[in-house]
Design a protein around this ligand. Structure first.
Ligand SMILES: Cc1cc2nc3c(=O)[nH]c(=O)nc-3n(C[C@H](O)[C@H](O)[C@H](O)COP(=O)(O)O)c2cc1C
Length: 375
């Protein structure tokens, strides 16, 4: 890999939201800000229309007026910031409290108001440019944080800055040199979990070649947003009889051990008029309130791995249901090996059935959880 790629990738992966490490003392000259705007303007723009407009706010009185508007929103958002506040919340509040002290505030705007028509050239054209601006800052030892809180006071800010009607504000970027330069990659889900190849929800554990085979560990992911607490959802998903109530294949389940990590349950399965079979399943992930997962037939060489994962999303939860085939043998892998010419269509057919069952299972769990919560 060339040095350029390493450098570019470092900028792309370490441009963090910098709030507490903005150097409020070191001056930032307009030259560097204008240079970064020139770079940012190379970003794509719908219809090739040059409708982006940038505001650079340096005057201390104007900065204070903007910061006051920003704080009027953040004070409401962070009013009850107690011991349970996340580090991001604490950091965001710090920024709000010090916004008037940053050397410069940059607001990216665009001529036009979004009418939802899908018409390109409106604010879809600003985000990529404003992000390029952040990357260009990072390459020069400066930092910023993408903020939108001010949009709740968009009219008041437009009054302060004289922004005319018909111009849309998109993002407010505090700009400063950073204290130190050692920023890291953030934890994010890997591409293999959130990238679907050729069909919604169809995953592979590694980037597949021209055809998807078993070595790619094909899988299916389904997700649903549920208005219920993690505890509530956990109580449903930690019982394999819950999916059995909805899934067309899994009929019922029986624990062989006390539920917990390493415990076993037997799954009784049926494909009507085709087959009945039993599986022994091993609990491989057991994190109450978060993850419940099991391996089919063998803990180390399972024929499949299934996982429920609860992700709290501020008031609601996203329930993710994942299935990954292999690496051990299964009915599907046997059929694929027996008929290599049909392997792809066998896999596609199996994934279709699994995806349908996962979807009805998630819908069933959502209905149960939301009915329970509204009681
Ligand atoms: C659409 C959007 C809105 C955001 N709004 C704010 C904001 O109002 N205030 C703030 O401090 N950070 C805001 N952020 C920054 C996120 O909190 C930040 O990106 C997230 O915590 C992840 O941190 P990272 O960017 O360093 O990985 C926003 C980010 C995005 C993409």
């Amino acid at each position: 890999m060339s040095d350029d790629v390493t450098t570019v990738d470092r900028v792309l992966t370490t441009t963090r939201a910098v709030r507490r490490r903005l150097d409020l003392e070191r001056p930032v000259h307009n030259d560097v800000i204008f240079e970064c705007i020139d770079i940012a303007e190379q970003a794509p723009t719908g219809g090739n229309l040059g409708s982006r407009r940038w505001l650079v706010i340096r005057d201390p009185n104007v900065k204070s007026a903007i910061a006051e508007q920003y704080r009027s929103v953040s004070d409401l958002v962070f009013a009850n910031l107690g011991d349970s506040a996340s580090p991001v919340m604490v950091s965001a509040k710090h920024l709000a409290d010090h916004l008037h002290e940053v050397p410069a505030i940059v607001i990216a705007t665009i001529h036009g108001e979004h009418d939802g028509s899908g018409n390109p050239g409106l604010f879809d054209s600003v985000i990529q440019a404003a992000w390029s601006f952040c990357l260009a800052l990072r390459a020069r030892g400066l930092g910023s944080a993408w903020t939108t809180m001010h949009l709740n006071r968009g009219e008041e800010i437009a009054d302060v800055l004289g922004i005319p009607d018909g111009v849309t504000q998109i993002v407010l970027l505090p700009v400063a040199y950073t204290v130190g330069n050692d920023f890291n990659r953030a934890p994010r889900r890997p591409a293999s979990e959130i990238t679907y190849v050729d069909h919604w929800g169809y995953t592979t554990a590694t980037a597949p070649g021209d055809t998807i085979d078993l070595d790619d560990e094909p899988g299916v992911t389904a997700e649903i947003d549920i208005t219920a607490t993690p505890r509530h959802i956990w109580e449903l998903i930690c019982d394999p009889n819950t999916p059995a109530a909805f899934d067309n294949e899994l009929q019922h389940a029986q624990w062989l051990d006390k539920p917990g990590l390493g415990a076993r349950f037997v799954g009784h399965n049926r494909i009507r008029d085709v087959a009945d079979w039993e599986t022994t399943n091993y609990i491989a992930h057991y994190e109450p309130g978060r993850v419940f997962g099991w391996h089919v037939m063998d803990l180390d060489e399972p024929s499949a791995r299934w996982t429920f994962e609860i992700e709290p999303l501020g008031g609601i939860c996203r329930l993710r249901y994942r299935m990954i085939m292999g690496p051990g043998p299964s009915g599907t892998s046997a059929a694929m090996r027996k008929a290599p010419a049909k392997a792809e269509s066998i896999l596609a057919g199996r994934r279709k059935v699994i995806a349908a069952n996962m979807t009805i299972t998630l819908e069933g769990i959502k209905n149960l959880a939301e009915a329970d919560s509204s009681r």
